[in-house]
Design a protein around this ligand. Sequence first.
Ligand SMILES: *[C@@H]1O[C@H](CO)[C@@H](O)[C@H](O)[C@H]1NC(C)=O
Ligand SMILES: *[C@@H]1O[C@H](CO)[C@@H](O)[C@H](O)[C@H]1NC(C)=O
Length: 410
Amino acid sequence: MLFKLCIIKFIIIFHVIYVHTENTIDYDLRDTDPSIIEDATLDTFTLIKKYGFPCEIHRVYTEDKYILEVHRVPYGKRNSTRQNRPVVFLQHGLLSSSAEFVLMRPDKGLAYLLAEAGYDVWMGNARGNTYSRHHAFLKPTSSEFWKFSWHEIGHYDVPAMIDYVIKETGVQKIQYIGFSQGTTAFWVMTSTRPEYNDKILAMHAMAPIAYVGNIRSPVIRAVAPFTNSLERILKLIGANEILPNGMINKLAGEKLCLEEALTQVLCKNLLFLFCGFNAEQLNTTMLPVVLGHTPAGASTRQFIHFGQMYKSKKFAFFDQGWFRNKWNYGTFKPPSYNISAIRTPIFLHYADNDWLSTPKDVDKFFKEAKTVVGKYRVPLDKFNHLDFVFANDAKKLIYDRIIRIMSQFI
Ligand SMILES: *[C@@H]1O[C@H](CO)[C@@H](O)[C@H](O)[C@H]1NC(C)=O
Ligand SMILES: *[C@@H]1O[C@H](CO)[C@@H](O)[C@H](O)[C@H]1NC(C)=O
């Protein structure tokens, strides 16, 4: 067991060094604009306020008693009519939060652009992240709190937040924009609770993730075969949560990185290690801001669940072991999500150089989903996973198109 743990550690460290030598990102916080350091430490609400936009915080209770924080930008700065605004709901990716849509400031952040385009913008936060670490009676220090994967996010969190938004705004249907795991949660919701298809006008999927058998990230490919032992090891050492917000983010906001070489490399390149790196599209000036908010925490099961699907090449329920599978699902192997039960009009946006949402896997989903209206490749070869939210030209390359498509549904 320990030996395996060592191997996994070794693989991770090896890849840190490997990626580091391939793409070194160097910057020094001493010359950094204080406003950048401030953005790295402000929460979503305060950040939005800082840039002069209105923002509201709402609390949503899920059926299984998690308490989620939802952020709303009800109207824009230039476009500030308050009546009859169409509603859009944004759901973030793995290890992230609502901050993802506002980090890049008003001329680039998707939430700001949507507010200026006339929308009432709501941003969800999945259980376990920086803003959603409360439960009616479980504490995040207990392992019971962390017994969920993105299945529960899709089956409980997103439906609860959508119901709340619809009730609060009085509209009948809303549009949905998901990024990465934010799309996975949507597929889970609309396939396991089909009535939610009727509450969504259109689903705009950025870097859609259902099948993951063709993932190219070297770390994930190296660790995924150990998924089962990894789960046992993590349980054994009591690790329920992966990369909570705080540790790295504090470093990013204040000292950025320790002096010790290896840790420094790790904290700088952590995200890029998982997701790929595109020097052209990443504004390194903004890197401390990104690392100040991401990673924002997730349960280990979210990773294990993706790891299981990498191995099985299926889009399936969480594998609980044959005995529990039989007990809970009625079959020895976990059943697959029924993609053909999704009835919402879907628009898929994918990129060639995306290591996580690969064109092959997107295509596999595309062929099974019955209601895909459009499938769009981002017109830039090097565009990668995180570029969907952080790229310099994300507006030009993808948001403008999404906003154009959205206007057809008003
Ligand atoms: C990078 O970010 C800084 C700070 O927001 C900004 O001043 C600069 O114009 C950005 N560079 C590019 C290429 O977008
Ligand atoms: C999947 O959903 C479709 C459409 O609702 C339904 O016809 C089909 O029977 C379902 N398949 C399974 C295996 O449940």
